[in-house]
Design a protein around this ligand. Structure first.
Ligand code: COA
Length: 258
């Protein structure tokens, strides 16, 4: 398969997906999301694929979030649609896949980038990786399942601190609070990811699929709908326009609470 924004390759039953917009810190624009949706569906239907390793190109970023330049002028309804379609075709599709997805977090995993990593079943981070959900600095909230998945992974108190302060945390801290499973030097990241996936590959595929489905069933789904609606509402605020414009104009934002 040939894509413009991602690299994909199957080696020894592992599908390697690399988000490949290094100059934009692998930010998720519409094309990248569409290509991801396509390759995720391909992974699901292709028997040769037993596991998926997802990473970002370069050493700086896994994914620095959704592409802010694309949604700057969105309305409430467009914001809601962005979250709903993205969640269904990419983020929930990964989480509900019968094949195990592992995120190898090679650098910044911010906003939609951390949400992408959290949709995966397992996370391994490089020591240099930094993670956070900075959406409130833009007048937004996470819209790709982040409020739900972070809460499930680290608990309500830590999730609310990360989301409301918008601060990034180190890989070491992420491991301590259960956000990532392992932290390794950047040079060993892919080896560590392969070591885990090679073990899983040896196990019974239908049992792996059942395990994923059962573990996923442990969470309450209702919150996702609340998040989609609230995410859409943010697009109707002046603060959102100010936050996005400030980012694009490379200046500090001045929020008015309107
Ligand atoms: N959307 C669109 N473009 C982005 C982006 C995003 N989420 N994150 C980074 N980029 C772009 C920058 O605009 C810049 O493009 P340019 O070279 O054309 O100006 C390029 O990627 C490099 O980023 P830059 O900000 O110059 O790198 P930095 O090392 O100074 O800072 C970050 C790195 C990750 C701290 C910073 O890029 C950042 O805060 N990104 C946004 C993170 C975010 O808010 N994500 C949530 C989105 S909902």
């Amino acid at each position: 398969m040939t894509y413009q924004n991602i690299l994909s390759e199957i080696k020894t039953n592992i599908l390697y997906i690399t988000i490949n917009r290094e100059k934009k810190l692998n930010a998720l624009n519409k094309e990248t999301l569409a290509e991801l949706a396509d390759v995720i569906a391909y992974a699901e239907e292709t028997g040769e694929v037993r596991a998926v390793l997802l990473t970002g190109a370069g050493e700086k970023a896994f994914v620095a979030g959704a592409d802010i330049s694309e949604f700057a002028a969105y309305s409430t309804a467009e914001g809601e649609e962005l979250a709903r379609v993205g969640q269904a075709k990419v983020f929930n599709a990964i989480e509900n896949s019968s094949k195990p997805f592992l995120a190898a977090i090679n650098g910044f995993a911010l906003g939609g980038g951390l949400e992408l990593a959290m949709a995966c079943h397992i996370r391994v981070a490089a020591e240099t990786a930094r993670m956070g959900l900075p959406e409130v600095t833009l007048g937004l909230i996470p819209g790709y399942g982040g409020t739900q998945r972070l809460t499930h992974l680290v608990g309500k108190g830590r999730a609310l601190e990360m989301i409301t302060t918008a601060e990034m945390i180190t890989a070491e801290k992420a491991e301590k609070i259960g956000l990532v499973n392992h932290v390794v030097p950047l040079a060993e990241l892919i080896n560590k990811a392969e070591e885990i996936l090679n073990k899983i590959k040896e196990r019974a595929p239908l049992a792996i699929a059942s395990a994923i489905k059962s573990v996923n069933a442990a969470k309450d789904k209702d919150g996702f709908e609340t998040e989609i609606k609230e995410f859409g509402n943010c697009f109707g605020t002046e603060d959102f326009k100010e936050g996005v414009n400030a980012f694009l104009e490379k200046r500090r934002s001045e929020f008015k609470g309107r």
